[in-house]
Design a protein around this ligand. Structure first.
Ligand code: ADP
Ligand code: MG
Length: 251
């Protein structure tokens, strides 16, 4: 079943067109990877889906989530979906953490923004999602402030926050970039287990290792346009475009 369908998405920042007729769909329990050079529009696609574009941006097309066009929803409706049904792990997520609150409190807030729960349940949820995101000793880490944690841990805090409501769709923007190999493995394991639960993921990545390990399908983006799309096997084995071949060779 198709969970998310992006149709003829065009996006402008002022006069500059960042996305051109982007269309793709995401099935239930599917992991779609988006690859492309820096500046090709990967983050813009995710932000458009989340309804998080900057003020000057103009967007056209459709983003159908379970049949509803997210682009035409009111902010209030969108807020109910965002974080709960569709969650995002941002590129350089650490900058989204508030230095004044413990990470446990911040992860918990994502949960209580959508669910009514007593304190004990929230704490349990927080620790559970931190553990799933590969954070060792989550009970202790939950009581720490962002500055007390390494970049890699902060990244995992953001992943914990993104998964705490059990989203149907997770958008992850270069989620493993700052992480060392063993932690990367843990995150990829998390993604696979989410897939097994029937959740769907869009992973933006430079790392074809990530694509090979967890991806079902790949979308290749160049200058805001989808130039190639196929199963991971097809795209790796017989890339149709020189650009894709170049991306594959660059690693
Ligand atoms: N808020 C913005 N205002 C103006 N231009 C932007 C904005 N965000 C991104 N861009 C431009 O849009 C293009 C695509 O950016 P982005 O989606 O971040 O690409 P990627 O994630 O693939 O690196 C780039 O040329 C970038 O400079
Ligand atoms: Mg980006």
């Amino acid at each position: 079943m198709t969970l998310l369908e992006v149709k003829n998405l065009n996006l402008w920042y002022g006069d500059f067109q960042a996305l051109k007729e982007v269309s793709f769909s995401l099935g239930e329990g599917e992991i779609l990877c988006i690859v492309g050079e820096s500046g090709s529009g990967k983050t813009s696609i995710l932000n458009a889906i989340m309804g998080l574009l900057s003020k000057g941006a103009k967007v056209e097309g459709e983003v159908l989530f379970m049949g509803r066009d997210l682009l035409s929803l009111e902010e209030e409706e969108l807020r109910k979906i965002r974080g709960k049904e569709i969650a995002m792990v941002f590129q350089e997520p650490s900058s989204y953490l508030d230095p004044l609150f413990t990470v446990g409190v911040q992860i918990g807030e994502t949960y209580t923004a959508h669910e009514k729960a007593i304190k004990e349940v929230v704490s349990r949820k927080v620790v559970e999602s931190m553990r799933r995101a590969g954070i060792p000793d989550p009970e202790t880490k939950a009581r720490m402030y962002p500055h007390q944690l390494s970049g890699g841990l902060k990244q995992r805090v953001c992943i914990a926050s993104a998964i705490i409501c059990g989203p149907k769709v997770l958008l992850a923007d270069e989620p493993t970039t700052a992480l060392d190999v063993s932690v990367q493995k843990r995150i990829l394991h998390l993604f696979r287990s989410m897939k097994e639960e029937g959740r769907s993921l869009i992973i933006v990545t430079h790392d074809f290792g990530v694509v090979a390990e967890v991806g079902d399908r790949v979308l290749v983006l160049k200058e805001g346009r989808v130039i190639e799309e196929g199963s991971v096997f097809e795209v790796f084995d017989s890339p149709k475009e020189d650009y894709t071949r170049m991306l594959l060779e660059s690693i």
